[in-house]
Design a protein around this ligand. Structure first.
Ligand code: PRT
Ligand code: ZN
Length: 284
């Protein structure tokens, strides 16, 4: 028995999806063919597909699980379960209008023409905001639609915002925040679910490690109390004596989000020789 996972064949999610498998210790056989491969050391078969097809394949149990952007998943409205947010492929689906437009709120869109590749999500957004507009579905290069007079506004994915900027547009509303998620078929067998649980255990250890750093520092013993108060640690920090009397080495873990803030406070509290190193896996 092997768990079948569908990932993007090429594109923005490909590298991070393959890296996630690798970081989970799942080796892929190379060069089998471009559509599918399998792992030698984990009961998994990997299918490489277009991202738009992944929700359907998982709903139909052609694949048991899949990695896909929430934007694609919600647009397609397929019956699958989200089992984990993966923290990559982050972007937002936004409304954008010409930079010179006077935009105050969503009523601006009333009676306007909106170009998008996400008609379902746009329809839901307009209904929620009680606005009626004409949705013009196009299959790509949405950002050029206002410039060529095809639409007054667009709804498209944005990450850095440079595509909008280069096309003379400004972002005015967020329809959806999106990232890659792991989805699963609703009717997995017990055996399939057991493999998925093993995979999930590894994913969570990898995700936790990515969000955490290991920190080592030296501290004079009379400052230890203040310094330890700043460092939660997994249970509590490790404190070891240095060869030089009156000094200790303190080891702990730090959350990526609090990182700079805590480093500054540690320095102010008297910490010296601060080293910060990545963690590969983190099991709690
Ligand atoms: O061939 P296939 O159908 O599998 O791939 P695709 O071309 O449909 O998708 P792909 O590879 O472009 O994107 C896959 C997924 O990556 C998307 O469904 C999103 O979940 C996620 N993602 C994250 C993005 C972006 N960021 C993103 N910036 N997808 C697309 N973009 C595009 C956006 O459409 C716009 O054209 O990048 C441009 C904007 O980028 P900025 O940085 O200029 O704002
Ligand atoms: Zn696609």
């Amino acid at each position: 028995m092997k768990l079948k996972i569908a990932i993007q064949k090429s594109g923005r999610l490909y590298d991070d999806s393959v890296k996630l498998l690798k970081d989970c210790g799942i080796d892929l056989k190379n060069g089998v063919n471009k559509l599918r491969t399998e792992s030698d050391n984990f009961p998994m078969e990997i299918y490489f597909l277009r991202d738009d097809d992944i929700p359907q394949y998982v709903e139909d149990a052609v694949a048991d699980i899949g990695i896909v952007g929430e934007n694609v998943l919600y647009e397609n409205c397929k019956q699958v379960d989200i089992v984990e947010h993966l923290g990559f492929g982050k972007c937002r689906l936004s409304v954008a209008v010409g930079r010179g437009e006077q935009y105050t709120d969503v009523t601006y869109l009333q009676g306007k023409r909106i170009a998008t590749t996400y008609p379902t999500l746009v329809r839901q957004f307009l209904a929620k905001n009680k606005v009626e507009a004409d949705i013009h579905e196009i299959s790509g290069s949405v950002e050029i639609a206002p410039g060529i007079g095809l639409a007054n506004a667009i709804v498209d994915l944005v990450s850095s915002g440079s595509t909008l900027f280069m096309n003379g547009l400004k972002e005015v509303e967020t329809v959806l925040q999106s990232q890659a998620v792991l989805v699963r078929n609703k009717n997995l067998s017990d055996e399939q679910q057991t493999i998925l649980d093993k995979f999930l255990f590894r994913i969570r250890a990898v995700k936790r490690a990515r969000n955490t750093k290991y920190i080592l520092l030296n501290a004079p013993n009379d400052k230890l109390k203040d310094i330890i108060a700043l460092l939660p640690g997994m249970k509590s920090p490790t404190v070891l004596p240095l060869a030089e009397a009156g000094w200790s080495s303190v080891h702990s873990v730090l959350n990526e989000n609090d990182f700079w803030d805590i480093i500054e406070r540690l320095k102010d509290a008297g910490a010296q020789g601060i080293l910060v190193v990545p963690i590969e896996k983190m099991i709690i």
